[in-house]
Design a protein around this ligand. Structure first.
Ligand code: TGC
Ligand code: FAD
Length: 405
């Protein structure tokens, strides 16, 4: 889409987003003035630049590529990473708040930001050499470059430890072979953080750059979910990787799983944003839609739906607020993060499904964001560890017994 068409779309739809965030337990009182200021500026950006265009891009199954630079400008890429590499230097609660505001608009937008910040910049920051940090982080933070994260393979999704993508040491370089599937941002990514096994079967992280010979990124078509996010494959056919592109700071599966802790944390805030948007839309509709001579919000059945949505949203808000504190103190455990990701995506999906019903036939149209959220959340409940996998992580924490195998 040309920039002229985008500005027409923005003008035509400006002001239509009337979102007001639910805050039944006054959780705002628990946030700092700075956190609220950042939230307000991201919310303004979303209302001004994203809400007017998102439905169009989702309907067209097109990635709004122009927003990558904008997301960099508003500080959505790696806000939790240090200032010295061009990042935000903020706390994890602020990171969560930003993810919530973006996913309130669309899970695909949050996906773009969480892949970039938690799955590309974070591993480079945490496990990269000083030269790698200086080379990649500022350009990724500003949105000049887009990154992607390659862990999942066609035959290894929930069980990434079985991966077959591999590299061999050729003296002055590595030779990478294999394929990754379901990779967010892949078709447009400038760099990919790829997890692969060496000759000894040990997992390492490698930075692969677009343009390297033998590296291709075919697009995944026909998705009914995350249509405004681009998904693709990463195919490596004897790709020569310079030795300085290996992440020196980690070996083994704990490398990618450590990055997933950060991204799953962001999703727990983000999915809640989608739930809050569905709830807010349903409340407004219930007050306006007249049937049998009165607003449908006056019927007990509809009130039950709204009361239960708000209850679950409020519980989920408290969960992520506390988890944010634990993240900032470095105390959050992977299973605490699993609980929040699992719970908040589930309540978001349930909220979206109930809200969609409350809008009747209008609920299936693009006039309202609910159906789009609902379809998006089917990906969110699957990626970064499925609903089942997070339950098994919790089960293992509780019992000490491993039910994966
Ligand atoms: P297991 O033997 O349990 O563990 C292997 C090593 O990893 C360590 N570890 C962790 N370290 C840090 N954080 C965590 N959360 C960790 N979980 C495990 C563990 O201590 C061990 O370390 P060491 O030193 O002893 O070697 O591994 P397993 O093979 O039995 O599998 C465990 C399991 C199932 C929990 C894990 O593989 C898993 O979480 N599976 C789900 C896969 C997944 O989440 N994939 C996500 C792909 S990326 C994605 O979806 C991006 S979507 C992006 C978007 O668009 O937003
Ligand atoms: P499978 O692992 O085949 O699971 C199928 C079903 O079996 C699931 O219901 C699962 O819960 C269940 N199951 C599996 N194992 C067990 C068990 N032990 N016990 C009980 N039930 C089990 N990956 C990346 O690396 N990078 C990305 O950027 C990325 N982006 C994505 C974007 C989208 C839109 C989607 C849909 C996926 C993305 N993924 C990405 C991949 C995602 O992480 C995987 O889809 C997910 O981990 C599940 O793997 P799978 O699809 O192979 O399902």
């Amino acid at each position: 889409m040309s920039s002229m068409d985008i500005s027409d779309l923005i003008s035509a739809n400006q002001g239509k987003d009337r979102y007001v965030a639910p805050d039944f337990y006054c959780i705002d009182d628990l946030l700092s003035e700075e956190q609220k200021l950042i939230r307000s500026s991201v919310r303004d950006y979303v209302k001004r630049e994203l809400s007017p265009i998102i439905e169009h891009f989702a309907q067209q199954a097109e990635f709004p590529r122009h927003i990558v630079k904008q997301l960099g400008e508003i500080g959505a890429f790696g806000p939790q990473l240090p200032l010295e590499y061009g990042c935000g230097g903020m706390d994890y609660t602020t990171y969560g708040i930003i993810m919530q505001e973006l996913e309130r608009c669309d899970s695909g937008v949050r996906s773009t930001a969480s892949v970039q910040g938690s799955l590309v910049m974070y591993p480079i920051y945490k496990f990269g050499s000083e030269a790698q940090k200086r080379k990649y982080l500022p350009k990724l933070a500003s949105g000049d470059w887009l990154g992607c994260f390659g862990l999942t393979e066609p035959d290894h999704g929930s069980n990434p430890g079985g991966m077959t993508t591999n590299f061999v040491d050729k003296g002055d370089h590595y030779l990478l072979n294999g394929a990754k599937m379901w990779i967010s941002n892949a078709p447009f990514a400038d760099v990919a953080v790829v997890w692969a096994k060496n000759e000894a079967g040990v997992v390492h992280g490698l930075i692969v750059e677009r343009g390297m010979e033998g590296f291709s990124t075919p697009t995944t078509h026909n998705k009914w979910s995350l249509r405004a996010s681009c998904t693709g494959e990463l195919v490596f056919d004897n790709v020569k990787i310079p030795k300085e592109n290996l992440l020196p700071g980690v070996t083994g599966l704990k490398g990618p799983l450590t990055c997933l802790n950060s991204a799953r944390y962001g999703i727990s805030w983000g999915a809640l944003g989608a739930a809050m948007d569905c709830y807010d839309t349903a409340v407004r509709y219930a007050k306006q839609r007249i049937q049998f001579g009165k607003p449908i919000g006056g019927f007990q059945l509809q009130q039950k739906k709204l009361a239960e949505m708000l209850t679950e949203i409020t519980k989920a808000q408290l969960l992520v607020w506390r988890l944010g504190q634990l993240m900032d103190k470095g105390l959050a455990t992977p299973s605490q993060i699993s609980m929040a990701k699992r719970n908040n995506v589930e309540i978001a999906l349930k909220t979206a499904r109930e809200a969609r019903q409350m809008l009747g036939g209008m609920g299936i149209t693009g006039e309202f964001p609910i159906m789009r959220h609902m379809m998006n959340l089917e990906s969110v409940v699957t990626y970064e560890g499925t609903h089942d996998i997070h339950l098994l992580i919790l089960g293992m924490e509780i019992t000490g017994e491993n039910a994966f195998v």
